[in-house]
Design a binder for this molecule. Structure first.
Ligand code: SAM
Ligand code: DTB
Ligand code: SF4
Length: 328
């Protein structure tokens, strides 16, 4: 298939900075125009998260309540049993989710653990749900094992710019993250990769993070943009919040840089107004996490999201409709 002319992999730093600096109306108009060329304008993909292994993680990500390095309200729990995962996936499907994402607080999975997760993936997929997992770093063999188990997407975020990264995580390098993404891609799975806004980074870090993603050989099919959920006890609790308008700009630039990808308005919605979320959708966000919990922190109630969709005339994406081709 011929590539769309606006799907590029050669974005320059100045070009991306210029997008961020556009007048807000111009930026949103451009993002919405790109959006309509590639997606159904009123459809939003709906995923549900489950933490299958909570807490006790050896990494030191300064935003994360699951790190052992910080005293937070999250206690470590063992890997969930298959039956409990199956029940949670069924509940997510019944509530209308089309993708089920299983998250584990690991640096990387070990042999037995991977086998158990592979069984979970097979069961969830057999229910007709798309499958996603986020288990930390993967080598090439592990990526192939997950693919063979039926994993559709692997989530592994770069979180921020390479320059700012060392301020946030010291136990895993930026390059290790890129290596995992390459292993996932090589195994033939779809990539879900994005980052977090509100870590104390500057606009240029947000721009560089998006530029890194957009200049990968293939764009991640799914790009989660998380607003930091501040959790007591983590070093980033109390960080200065990012202006919601700047957050919307970040989504709009993600949409323009990666036109055909799903851009997910990810963590942080619980503390956002409906109006900010509406602007995020206008900026080209077309995926959300649905259900009252993310991994360990809160998310809007399913009822509240159904009501928001109704007010905005949005419908959950079923995967049945072909993408729009006409920038109407
Ligand atoms: N342990 C695995 C890893 O980090 O690769 C997978 C789970 S981890 C919780 C997945 C992602 O969630 C992180 O990369 C980060 O982008 C996001 N995340 C974690 N804590 C967050 C928070 N407090 N606010 C926003 N996003 C967060
Ligand atoms: C992603 O980018 N965001 C999700 C998912 N990928 C795994 C995780 C958000 C976690 C928010 C904090 C928590 O609930 O622990
Ligand atoms: Fe561990 Fe993932 Fe949390 Fe980092 S983000 S501390 S790797 S669970």
């Amino acid at each position: 298939m011929q590539k769309e002319p606006d799907v590029r992999h050669d974005w320059g730093a100045e070009e991306v900075a210029a997008l961020f600096a556009l007048p807000f109306n111009d930026l949103l108009f451009r993002a919405q125009t790109v959006h309509r060329r590639h997606h159904q304008p009123n459809e939003v993909q709906v995923s549900t998260l489950l933490s299958i292994k909570t807490g006790g993680c050896p990494e030191d990500c300064k935003y994360c309540p699951q790190s052992v390095h910080y005293e937070t309200p999250v206690d470590a729990e063992p890997l969930m049993e298959l039956d409990a995962v199956r029940a949670a996936a069924q509940a997510a499907a019944d509530a209308g989710a089309t993708r089920f994402c299983m998250g584990a607080a690991w640096r990387s999975p070990r042999g037995k653990q991977l086998e158990r997760v592979a069984r979970m993936i097979g069961e969830v997929r057999a229910m007709g749900l798309e499958t996603c997992a986020t288990l930390g770093m993967l080598d090439a063999d592990q990526a192939r094992t997950l693919r063979d188990a039926g994993l559709d997407y692997y989530n592994h975020n770069i979180d921020t710019s390479e320059a700012f990264y060392g301020e946030v995580i010291t136990t895993r390098s930026y390059q290790e993250r890129l290596d995992t993404l390459a292993n996932v891609r090589e195994a033939g799975m779809s990539v879900c990769c994005g980052g977090i806004v509100g870590l104390g980074e500057g606009r240029s870090d947000r721009a560089e993070m998006l530029r890194t993603l957009a200049n990968l050989p293939t764009h991640p099919e799914s790009v989660p943009i998380n607003q930091l959920v501040q959790v007591e006890g983590t070093p980033l609790a109390g960080a200065e919040a990012v202006d919601p308008i700047e957050f919307v700009r970040t989504l709009a630039v993600a949409r323009i840089l990666m036109p055909a990808s799903h851009v997910r308005l990810s963590a942080g919605r619980e503390s956002m107004s409906d109006e900010t979320q509406a602007l995020c959708f206008l900026a080209g966000a077309n995926s959300i996490f649905y259900g009252e919990k993310l991994l360990t922190t809160g998310n809007p109630e399913a009822d509240a999201d159904r009501e928001l969709f109704r007010r905005l005339g949005l419908v959950p994406e079923t995967g049945q409709t072909a993408p729009a081709t006409d920038p109407a």
